[in-house]
Design a protein around this ligand. Structure first.
Ligand code: NAX
Length: 327
């Protein structure tokens, strides 16, 4: 039996947490032969801690053979102690009348503290995935607050956007989702992100040969992927949870176990490629192997794509300048 991997999850009693923890404990994220210890963080308020206790009872009642332990806490330094993987899901939601700027600042406080706690107590190789919004900027703040950890280990989730785009493309082209490769989602996890299928293939052939429709791309596909989260809130009365948890599982699964040469989208700190300033956490195409990701480099960027990339970058830069004084 392998040694257990310690997986920290924040916001563990929330909606995404509820859709996520049982799948991690059943081996869907790290493999069916990989025991896990869950280290769950919730707010230090009675209601949140009570809900967390309930979730832990349910985890126990599943009797997952791979679940080697569960810790529930309100202390980030306990949740992140020796963590190998940290899923930062909990974040401050936007309240009534709250300005975007205030939301950024409230979240900046959370992710500064959590970055510092990771820096202090997590495994030196901890793989961090930030799901809580604004995910890219929160990941940036956590990364900057953890100077002793490798910045490469801080990522933001764009996999839900990637999966949403895959599904729309498969529907339009009349092919199975699994047949499509080489899709990219550039930028911020927000309606400005740019799903780009210029390089995508189906069974090795260009997807653009099947979907050659600039009008559909600009006026239906891109807005639909960008506004999918809002469409789900409108329909369900609640934000995406199961699909978000699924995307988090995909992201970490591929990062740890490899993507077998396939391109996946991860929000990663830029190394300056594609003109994105160094350090900005940006959605890029990567391949993954042996626990490391490698940027897919030197893709040609046409005028339409450059404009779309500039737009999402401008939003990220604005978010970054809004929190610069805290870092
Ligand atoms: P919920 O409000 O259901 O759950 C969030 C949980 O986090 C709550 O239980 C809360 O008590 C806890 N929490 C808040 N601050 C915390 C802190 N400082 N430490 C520990 N726990 C804390 O939200 P849920 O639907 O689960 O969504 C969680 C986050 O994911 C939100 O920020 C949401 O906007 C974001 N999303 C990100 C997505 C992405 O693709 N990156 C997609 C889905 C989702 O919208």
């Amino acid at each position: 039996m392998k040694a257990p991997v310690r997986v920290a999850v924040t916001g563990a009693a929330g909606q995404i947490g509820y859709a996520l923890l049982f799948r991690i404990a059943s081996g869907e994220m790290l493999g069916k032969d990989q025991p896990v210890i869950l280290q769950l963080l919730e707010l230090p308020i009675d209601k949140a801690q009570a809900a967390l206790r309930g979730v832990i009872m349910e985890l126990e009642d599943c009797a997952f053979p791979l679940l080697a332990g569960v810790v529930g806490t309100d202390d980030p330094e306990i949740a992140f102690k020796d963590a190998d993987v940290a899923l930062l899901v909990g974040a401050r939601p936007r309240g009534p009348g709250m300005e975007r700027k205030d939301l950024l600042l409230e979240n900046a406080k959370i992710f500064t503290a959590q970055g510092a706690a990771l820096n202090k107590v997590a495994s030196r190789d901890v793989k961090v995935l930030v799901v809580g919004n604004p995910a890219n900027t929160n990941a940036y703040i956590a990364m900057k607050s953890a100077p002793d950890l490798d910045p490469k280990n801080f990522t933001a989730m764009l996999r839900l956007d990637h999966n949403r785009a895959l599904s729309q493309l498969a529907g339009k082209a009349g092919v199975a989702v699994g047949e499509i490769e080489k899709l990219v989602v550039w930028g911020n996890h927000s309606p400005t992100m740019y799903p780009d299928y210029r390089f995508a293939t189906v069974g090795g052939e260009a997807l653009k040969d099947r979907i050659n429709d600039a009008d559909w791309n600009a006026n239906e596909f891109i807005p639909k992927v960008g506004k999918r989260g809002a469409a789900i809130i409108e329909a369900r009365g609640l934000s995406s949870a199961a699909s978000a948890a699924n995307a988090a599982i995909d992201h970490v699964h591929d990062w740890v176990l490899g993507s077998n040469g396939k391109w996946v989208t991860m929000g990663i700190p830029s190394d300056g490629a594609y003109g994105i300033p160094e350090g900005v956490i940006f959605g890029f195409p990567v391949t993954t192997e042996n626990g490391k990701y490698t940027l897919v480099k030197d893709l040609p960027i046409d005028d339409f794509s450059q404009k779309a990339i500039d737009k999402t970058l401008a939003e990220l830069e604005e978010e970054r300048s809004g929190v610069a004084h805290l870092l």
